[in-house]
Design a binder for this molecule. Sequence first.
Ligand code: GDP
Length: 365
Amino acid sequence: SLTAGIVGLPNVGKSTLFNAITKAGALAANYPFATIDPNVGVVEVPDARLDKLTELVIPKKTVPTGFEFTDIAGIVKGASKGEGLGNKFLSHIREVDAICQVVRCFEDENITHVSGSVNPIDDIEVINLELILADMESVEKRLQRVSKMAKQKDKEALVEEPILIKIKEALENEKPARSVEVSEDELKVIKGLHLLTIKPMLYVANVSEDEVADAENNKYVQQVKEYAQAEGARVITICAKIEEEISELDNDEKAMFLQELGIEESGLDQLIRASYDLLGLATYFTAGVQEVRAWTFRKGMKAPQCAGIIHTDFERGFIRAETVSYDDLVEAGSMQAAKEAGKVRLEGKEYVVQDGDIMLFRFNV
Ligand code: GDP
């Protein structure tokens, strides 16, 4: 499954946020997610549609879909040269699909800042530069080989070389590889390089408890937003400390607590939603009397692939899917009523599943 890695300099609030994630995950009512890796936390993807479907279908159980975060500690200046946990750190980032970079936007005299004072842009640049340097090394190494092969008119090398050169130029200008426009096909060619700066990035501005309700006016948050905007990245604002405190509350208590603080949506829920978006993920549902369940898929996936998320046999033996959109089902009031209203469609192998679809897969075993 897809995972987002949490990175950031020391003392910015990563562990605090990750604690909130693991606690919230462990408390999940129906816990279909198990992980043995202590650096991986799985959270429920909050989805009000699942509650509504449960009301309509009244199943024996309801199972939300999960999302994985990996805690990647240990980045310091010089990581790309192997300092600190350098290489190990970078290899962990290679394994994640998106990066959530926690940025310290809170002042607290008692908590040392690694470079002496709070300066989110400096912090971001320290991390981003390490990632760029690591990528530069990979690209240069690869380019040496590929250029030799291109001189001998190797077909694949002739395709790969210009892409590598384009990316190298961006990196030399301290721009991430994701800033380079590449086609799907070009992306496939360089996939094996596992570039770090090609992964989508989300900035997580961590503000103090007194400022979280009014974070727009925090000057550090504004700086992070400007920086992110220039590179087309998103920012969310959270208070990691509050997230840790509320991660042990049940939903009603949590809602009350957030209301008192003047926060609309918990930081963790924002983080989950933003990471989901960043990875181009969406949710479809299965809704039977035994179980109503949410499943994560990648936008653009067709019905057989989506069936394969439940079980590989479903994909192999796929015949067709009966499907109805969430809105149509809710409007009709029941599956039977939706059928009578002609809202339940029969879809084949080429159907591109849409966010919110309720799917019933027919397959041969
Ligand atoms: P890490 O090194 O990035 O994992 O940082 P930690 O999560 O260990 O946090 C470092 C220190 O900052 C701890 O003492 C936290 O309690 C504190 N801290 C983290 N988030 C916040 C926050 O939102 N507000 C305040 N005031 N302190 C925080």
